[in-house]
Design a protein. Sequence first.
Length: 290
Amino acid sequence: MTVGGRRALVFGGSGQVGAAVLERLLQAGWTVDATSREVRPERPGIRWLRGGFEAMPALAGGYDAILSCGPLDHYARWQSTAGVAAPRMVAFGSTSLAVKRDSAEAAERELAERLATAEAALFAAARARGGEAIVLRPTLVYGAGRDQSLSRIAAMARRWRVFPLPRGAVGLRQPVHVDDLADTAMAALAARDAGGRGYDLPGGETLAYREMVARVLAALDPPARLLELPAPLFSALAAALRAGGRLQGFGAGAQARLRQDLVFDIAPAAAALGYAPRPFRPDAAMFGPR
Ligand SMILES: NC(=O)c1ccc[n+]([C@@H]2O[C@H](COP(=O)([O-])OP(=O)(O)OC[C@H]3O[C@@H](n4cnc5c(N)ncnc54)[C@H](OP(=O)(O)O)[C@@H]3O)[C@@H](O)[C@H]2O)c1
């Protein structure tokens, strides 16, 4: 790598994880070409290129690293076909690869399959170009108020002052803060002998789903109440709210998972990337504007 004048190409830099990665690259003195399908405001150190994987803008090449913080399957397909070379590629994937492999819902099984195929394609594409790829697989992301899980729950709870869950939502979770992910992407850029594989990135605390939601509700100002309902009643309520356009998600697959432990081993990422995520200590600011 060119010390002092390192250049990165970043996909997904406008997203919740990507924005945190961009800040760290700039702080570390990198010069960044970042793509977006929208027009983005110029900033010193970042050149925004308008486009995406379907319509790639002209790229300068000669990058020291490529970081993908957008959809892994799109990035892997582009990297395998048209992609540019770089000695290090760091791409975010998802633990959905393992979690949804045996889901009851076909769309979820297809997502898991797409992620697995994409990882294999990316490792092969990197090798073919003499580079190394690392895939980082977060669990449930929170912290920037832009996620579609806990921030969405917080938004509904702020409106309703209460949030319903079915009884028995005791499956274990490991929510991971967006800043821990961005720090790890930076560590992955510099890591030695860590390439050619994926790393699960769980959060630093393992807790039951109901406890995770209870902490979010308690952090709100004013706090909201957790309302635990018999599972069939919750199921009927969720279906009614979805039909009325007042709830997204919480389909059959997601409801079944509330009782399942989704637990990942921190050790490989800790050993290879120095990964040491924070425990889950939410505050209201982590869940977006009121
Ligand atoms: N959120 C989670 O809980 C979670 C959990 C596990 C894994 N992950 C993974 O972590 C990574 C970052 O997630 P995130 O939550 O930060 O994502 P996000 O906020 O939804 O941002 C997605 C980014 O991807 C870009 N993008 C989307 N479609 C694109 C396309 N067709 N071509 C080019 N760019 C495209 C968007 O850029 P523009 O709109 O500017 O073009 C946006 O910046 C993703 O790989 C995601 O799968 C997220």
